[in-house]
Design a binder for this molecule. Structure first.
Ligand code: SME
Length: 158
């Protein structure tokens, strides 16, 4: 397993994803503990993109429960259909929210968060939780994030 990441500082978002994805793949190779792998995915993404918050919520007893993350402390439990995370889980759909204040029912864990992307995470074809990324900038996430974060999520299931 690689222990030091190569982090691109002056690069486009796409270049940063293209650089970090093989490194995340290497980090996950040979380790099958889910929590360890999710923790390293968050750490690698935080290091490369320095997002405000990046982390996983995992489905437990029909609720989302806070899992590995990087960033400020966050809400620990989210019900199905609630907030961006609970909606992504219920709809099994990636949600890109350019302005969280305009998302009905958005759960504000931190007032600094302005935009968000949430993707369902699957293991063996079954949804096990969501990946949530928050930014302190409006409209920070787009189809590029959707594409590459989906590739990263698939590595967890590999
Ligand atoms: N904003 C999320 C809650 C999780 S925090 O942002 C970390 C939501 O509306 O589901």
């Amino acid at each position: 397993m690689a222990e030091d990441l190569t982090i691109l500082k002056e690069a486009s978002k796409e270049e940063k994803y293209i650089s970090i994805i093989p490194q995340i793949k290497a980090l996950l190779e040979g380790e099958n503990d889910l929590i360890a792998n999710l923790a390293n995915v968050c750490a690698a993404l935080k290091e490369q993109f320095n997002w405000f918050w990046v982390g996983f919520y995992l489905i437990k007893d029909d609720e989302l429960v806070l899992g590995p993350f990087q960033g400020p402390v966050a809400c620990t439990r989210i019900k199905k259909g609630k907030g961006v995370c609970g909606s992504s889980w219920q709809q099994e759909k990636t949600l890109v929210v350019p302005n969280v204040d305009e998302f009905p029912g958005h759960i504000a864990c931190a007032s600094a968060s302005k935009s968000e992307i949430v993707l369902p995470v699957y293991i063996d074809g079954k949804i096990i939780g969501v990946l949530d990324v928050d930014s302190e900038y409006l409209s920070h996430f787009n189809e590029v994030d959707n594409k590459y974060l989906n590739e990263i999520i698939k590595l967890i299931d590999a």
